[in-house]
Design a protein around this ligand. Structure first.
Ligand code: GDP
Length: 298
């Protein structure tokens, strides 16, 4: 898989142009800091984070001469510092089955991510069951079945339009009976009616807790990195709807919008468990802060 954001010029490329890799030292003055802040905002870092990052870079360097190389390093260090605490794989518990609820708006890459994760867990020797909890989207259920076949993992479905909570209940009961290690539950992602979605997710949680009072053990929010600052809004919304325990950022292949990850880390501190780098089953990687910072900064 390609490094995230590698396809487009990084932040420094946008600041100085591609040619300026070994730009001679220039004074880090207000104008340069302003351009830097502007580029960070354009890269979806958000105003607050961009301002803080710029201030941190200015500290101890303001008014001095700095080369592009030094600025690149300072920026990469700053991004790495923000991202390191959130770079954590999804925790695995001894609890069997571990119940993973997967939430996110339609199109964010939920189905794909569930397929990729199932395949990774399977390869790690875990037995996995998937529940196709978005019972109102027949296409999503079909897509999930295809991913299940690819990953070699059973996908439990229910008739179109039936109660997702009831499917989740049956799925957990079966996963328990089979001694499965992991149950991944897909959910609906219609934000048009937030109250309905909230009730649907709350009901799923209520019902699976009748089988296992400690479930769900993880609630993953899947976010499309190309939506930029929208991802921030989605975290805000989903944290109100569900007890989000971690993030998966999709579509980081070939996007220059990865800056939103910095905004998310800075603002919410939620762990980033994995990043999606393509549409294939192996295109899901652990989140590496240094690789990410290098690719983002360019
Ligand atoms: P859902 O509606 O949230 O379940 O989203 P899907 O899993 O169906 O994904 C929506 C689209 O995004 C599909 O065309 C996927 O192939 C694509 N997609 C998902 N993850 C990635 C990724 O990491 N990179 C790229 N390039 N495409 C992705």
């Amino acid at each position: 898989a390609a490094a995230p954001a590698a396809a487009k010029p990084g932040l420094l490329g946008r600041l100085f142009g591609r040619a300026a890799v070994d730009e001679p030292r220039r004074v880090l003055d207000d104008a340069m800091l302003e351009s830097l802040e502007e580029v960070l905002i354009q890269a979806d870092m958000g105003v607050e984070t961009a301002t803080r990052v710029t201030a941190n870079i200015a500290e101890g360097r303001y008014g001095r001469k700095i080369s592009t190389r030094e600025l690149r390093q300072a920026l990469a260090d700053e991004v790495t510092r923000i991202m390191t605490p959130v770079a954590r794989p999804m925790p695995l518990y001894p609890k069997r089955p571990q119940v993973v609820l997967v939430v996110g708006v339609n199109g964010s890459g939920k189905t794909t991510t569930i397929g990729k994760l199932a395949s990774q867990f399977k390869a790690a020797g875990k037995s996995v069951v998937i529940a196709a909890g978005d019972t109102f989207r027949a296409a999503a259920v079909d897509q999930l079945k295809i991913w299940g076949t690819r990953a070699g993992v059973p996908v439990l479905t229910a008739p179109e339009g039936s109660d997702p909570a009831s499917l989740a209940f049956d799925a957990l009961t079966r996963a328990q009976a089979e001694g499965a290690d992991l149950l991944m539950i897909d959910t609906a992602g219609r934000l048009q009616n937030r109250a309905d979605l909230m009730e649907e997710l709350a009901k799923i949680v209520r019902v699976i807790r009748k089988v296992d009072p400690t479930a769900p053990h993880n609630t993953l929010l899947v976010l499309d990195a190309t939506t930029g600052q929208n991802a921030v809004t989605q975290v805000d919304i989903f944290r109100k709807i569900a007890d989000v325990t971690g993030l998966v950022m999709t579509k980081l292949d070939g996007t220059a919008k990865g800056g939103v990850l910095v905004a998310l880390a800075d603002r919410f501190g939620l762990p980033i468990h994995a990043i999606g780098l393509g549409e294939q089953i192996d295109d899901l990687s652990p989140f590496d802060p240094e690789d990410f910072a290098r690719a983002l900064v360019g």
